[in-house]
Design a protein around this ligand. Structure first.
Ligand code: FMN
Length: 492
């Protein structure tokens, strides 16, 4: 049996579960058995859902953004009352008043919460404090640059969030583009989030090298989630084409933050301009007013104009059409993912390798190519870290801004190499964490790129045409960014 589930159905499911989906090193770090993580959804991911996911063998994360200490304490106690499995707490430093954030962090430390997941702007001091207290810190990011920053600040693991995600969306890249870039740039384990709705989605990100899949919308659509029934029914009826990104729901958050939601009166403009005029109260939660245009989504504990609140949904919503217990959703996903991975493993090389190398390519040639790709990836990763450290320690904002295109181009190059490695059925090496790279002057960065270019030129003809073209584009973007840097800031 997997864990001590409370729901009788969950226990049945858990008993039927075959551990077909292998644990990853990230599972060991998080203390779970399955590479399936519940997104720390504010309001929605409360004790009942978190305990159900952890009891099943995944990692449940309580969504505690801006929540008062008493509620966090109560929810943590309830999780512990339901399961003895590890779990996490999600906090958003930049969306929380400083004093409250400080006491939330103190409380997580006092309560010995095993894992804390952070999101949005990277707060190095918070990561430091949590780490020093022995808490595993996971940081969700929207770009490879942020992943490098979270890693440098001490995060033990990264969640790469694709633009398909429900709720607040940090970056703008599709998951299957962002994930290889992040995998290529950082040494710590990486999980994937955004639009993952079924076993095939999860199998695809695991096959690419993610060490866990993070599920938001798919687990919001469960009996245990704290979302209001009105929200759940809208999700059941929704199609992917309905879902949209908007900045309309902004009260309580740093400005210009996009959220992915279902359409409603607010997104249709029927409630007026979100950024001007008086605040209107549209609902209530245990005495707390809920304002129009706020980031609150309808919860079981709320009353009022629920339809006018933020109806968060990820792009995977169109492929889920029922509300089921979390264990049932996870069981379907775990089985589907395992089946997808078996299919990839059993497929003849032409099928398992999306890159079409000449049919007669021999195993040995694949191994040799993989070795060269690995070496180049290690060198590109080191270059990305050097650019990142130059960015991090840059004395002026102008240099930081000018370094960003180079960082983005570096990340693209790393992403191409990760996908090339996967095309010869090799996962990028798990790297031992390295000492921080030293920042470099622009001319030193340019010299390093020159040497890398020569290695690329030798490899590009051996990649399939589409990947080689992407590699060339990434190299051109690196060269352009360096030229512009040298031109704009010749002394840097
Ligand atoms: C209802 C909802 C609320 C969310 N709230 C938070 C939050 O409070 N903190 C956070 O880090 N992420 C939050 N997210 C984003 C998730 O961490 C994750 O990136 C997202 O759910 C993944 O995409 P998916 O919903 O398509 O699975 C939320 C997502 C949803 C759907």
């Amino acid at each position: 049996m997997i864990g001590a589930g409370n729901h009788p159905f969950e226990e049945d499911i858990a008993m039927a579960h075959t551990p077909a989906l292998a644990a990853t090193p990230l599972c060991d770090l998080l203390g779970c058995r399955l590479p399936l993580v519940l997104a720390g959804m504010g309001g929605v991911a409360r004790a009942e859902l978190v305990a159900a996911v952890s009891a099943f063998g995944g990692l449940g994360i309580l969504g505690m953004v801006r929540e008062p200490l008493a509620l966090i304490e109560r929810e943590v106690a309830q999780v512990r009352g339901r399961t003895d499995r590890p779990f996490g707490v999600n906090l958003i430093p930049s969306g929380t008043a400083r004093a409250l954030l400080r006491s939330q962090v103190d409380l997580c430390i006092d309560l010995r919460v095993p894992v804390v997941e952070l999101f949005w702007d990277i707060d190095e001091a918070v990561i430091d404090r949590l780490r020093a207290a022995g808490i595993v810190v996971v940081h969700q990011v929207g770009t490879a640059q942020e992943a490098l920053h979270a890693q440098a600040a001490g995060a033990h693991a990264i969640i790469a969030q694709g633009v398909e995600a429900g709720g607040h969306v940090r970056g703008r890249q599709p998951l299957m583009q962002l994930l290889p870039e992040v995998l290529g740039c950082v040494d710590v384990p990486v999980a994937a989030a955004g639009g993952l709705a079924d076993g095939r989605d999860v199998g695809r990100v695991l096959a690419l090298g993610a060490q866990a899949a993070v599920l938001g919308t798919a687990l919001m659509m469960t009996t245990e989630s704290f979302a209001h029934e009105v929200h759940k029914q809208r999700l059941v009826q929704a199609r992917a084409a309905d879902v949209l990104l908007t900045e309309d729901f902004h009260v309580n958050w740093p400005p210009l933050a996009a959220v992915r939601v279902l359409p409603n009166a607010v997104t249709r403009g029927e409630r007026g301009d979100p950024f001007t005029g008086e605040r209107q109260v549209i609902g209530e939660e245990e005495g707390r007013p809920i304002y129009c245009f706020s980031t609150d989504s309808p919860l079981r504990s709320m009353t009022g104009e629920l339809e006018a609140m933020a109806l968060y949904a990820g792009l995977g919503v169109g492929r889920i059409d029922d509300i089921v217990p979390a264990a049932e959703r996870l069981e379907r996903i775990a089985q589907g993912a395992a089946a997808h991975l078996r299919l990839l493993a059993d497929a003849p090389p032409a099928l398992s390798s999306p890159v079409c190398y000449a049919a007669q390519v021999q195993q040995g040639e694949h191994a040799a190519l993989a070795g060269e790709l690995r070496r180049l990836l290690a060198a590109e990763r080191a270059a990305a870290r050097a650019v990142f450290e130059t960015w991090r320690q840059a004395p002026e904002v102008r240099l930081r801004q000018r370094l960003q295109p180079l960082l983005a181009a570096q990340a693209r190059a790393c992403g191409v190499l990760v996908r090339a490695l996967r095309s010869v059925d090799v996962l990028p090496d798990a790297q031992a964490p390295r000492r921080p790279a030293a920042p470099g002057r622009v001319d030193a960065l340019a010299q390093a790129r020159h040497a890398l270019r020569a290695q690329w030129e030798a490899l590009l003809p051996r990649l399939d045409a589409a990947l080689a073209a992407e590699g060339r584009q990434a190299l051109a973007a690196c060269a352009l960014a360096l030229d512009e840097l040298a031109h704009d800031l010749p002394q840097a």
